[in-house]
Design a protein around this ligand. Structure first.
Ligand SMILES: [Zn+2]
Length: 467
């Protein structure tokens, strides 16, 4: 009673806190639910080649059914050994707006149990963390999104537009299921924009204080080229003037010296403006100057000397592998360099290759593009989405800056962006940089981020689709 009275008195003084207490109480069973889903998801080794994604999709489909979703709104879509899962939450259509798509992925990068300190396929709580493969990337996201749907349904929430969950099943490998969601199953997924649980998120400093929140709205295009020089070769005792290895080396030195032009988009401008406020010294000053004028050579040089920031100033291409020759006593008949590029959105693959060719300065080089890269435009910085995310982040950490961010490429978002659905990485996780072990050993996520992320998504979705 005493405690209740104290709470009531406090609440009377601070009305806003009453709602957050009430919310926290309402959410309690759903925190347990999210944890149960996370535990079950982590226990399934959904890495490429294990064929277990459809099993996880079945399990999640069962949760949605039990939560009151109609069977006809739940779709398991097989794609090779994997699968995608689509679940539609019907709104009343009163806003007249197209749906919002919610994205996460069910697969994980494989983990070898013998290399881990703990069983990677068992959710283990220890020292304030959940350990396990996918605990962060991205079974956390799918557990929180699934639970948010169950919670909204249980609360009787009727959105003013449809909400659609679209979980992919091979984000960490070929993304065939993501492509299927964006193309083949577009009738099920077509939306005004996409919110991605596997992107963006908050940064804590080493003392656990919130520093900033990354709002991911673009990604660079990942593309790899091979450059090959061929030569008739011959006996090494009778060297000829032309040599495949020397020629390739000369061209590589030329590429090393080449500077891709500086680029600035609305997004990277906002990024550098915000980051300049958080970054002391000459680097922060360079960010401010670059945001004002990307042709500022000094600012550009300073930013490009930082591995952390060079990627945001334009396209980058860098030699990553080399092979050549076939015997120690033979002149090389070929030499090949692998060059990996991260192309600035809108800059174009053809344009990037043309610049590499020109920089290399040798018309005899054969160029090959590896794989089938997907180009995607940056997504516009929409006020509605930014405001909803700001609202959610500031409910937890008032005044933390929201920083629009372009990532270096390779997530589900690019396939949705490439078909004209703007996509935003808005993860509900805040963590320290030193705790980031996604894809690596001993992947973990703070236990406290589970209830916090549930609130995060609840606020975002009720903001964007509530009345
Ligand atoms: Zn991921």
């Amino acid at each position: 009673m005493k405690r209740w009275m104290k709470m009531a008195a406090t609440a009377a003084m601070m009305g806003s806190m009453l709602s957050s207490f009430a919310q926290a109480d309402d959410a309690a069973p759903f925190v347990a639910k999210a944890r149960q889903i996370l535990e079950t998801a982590v226990s399934m080794r959904t890495a490429e080649g294990h064929g277990l994604v459809p099993k996880l999709a079945e399990y999640l489909a069962g949760e949605f059914k039990a939560g009151g979703f109609d069977e006809k709104d739940i779709h398991i879509l097989p794609v090779g050994e994997t699968a995608a899962l689509v679940v539609r939450y019907h709104g009343d259509g009163s806003s007249g707006k197209k749906p919002i798509l919610l994205s996460a992925h069910m697969d994980v990068v494989d983990a070898l149990p013998e290399d881990w300190e703990r069983d990677p396929f068992k959710l283990i709580e220890e020292d304030g963390f959940f350990f396990g493969r996918g605990s962060e990337d991205n079974k956390f996201g799918l557990s929180v999104l699934t639970t948010t749907f169950l919670r909204l349904k249980a609360e009787g929430f009727v959105p003013d537009r449809d909400l659609i969950i679209a979980f992919s099943g091979d984000e960490e490998s070929s993304m065939a299921s993501t492509k299927a969601l964006a193309h083949q199953y577009r009738d099920l997924t077509d939306s005004e924009f996409v919110l991605i649980a596997d992107g963006g998120g908050g940064l804590l400093d080493e003392d656990g204080k919130a520093v900033s929140y990354d709002f991911q709205a673009a990604e660079k295009t990942y593309v790899t080229f091979e450059a090959t020089v061929r030569n008739p070769g011959g006996h090494s005792s009778r060297p000829r003037a032309d040599n495949a290895i020397y020629e390739l080396s000369t061209s590589l030195k030329n590429i090393e010296a080449y500077q891709f032009p500086p680029e600035l988009s609305d997004l990277t401008k906002a990024y550098f403006e915000e980051m300049s406020k958080l970054t002391p010294g000459p680097i922060g000053a360079a960010m401010k100057r670059f945001a004002e004028n990307p042709k500022d050579k000094e600012a550009l040089a300073l930013l490009r000397a930082q591995p952390e920031y060079i990627g945001t100033t334009g396209t980058t291409c860098i030699a990553t592998m080399l092979r050549g020759g076939h015997a120690e006593n033979a002149l090389p008949q070929s030499a090949t360099a692998t060059i990996n590029c991260r192309v600035f959105p809108g800059s174009g693959l053809d344009n990037t290759l043309a610049q590499l060719k020109k920089a290399a300065g040798n018309d005899a080089i054969e160029w090959t593009m590896l794989g089938d890269p997907t180009e995607s435009p940056g997504s516009p910085l929409r006020d509605d989405v930014l405001n909803a995310v700001r609202h959610a982040v500031h409910a937890r950490y008032p005044d933390v800056p929201i920083i629009p961010q372009m990532s270096s490429g390779g997530s589900d978002g690019m396939h949705f962006r490439s078909v004209g659905m703007p996509s935003y990485g808005v993860s509900g996780i805040f963590m320290k940089a030193s705790d980031g072990y996604a894809h690596g050993l001993n992947e973990r996520v703070p236990v406290a981020s589970l209830p916090a992320a549930l609130e995060h998504w609840h606020i975002i979705l009720t903001d964007l689709a509530g009345k």
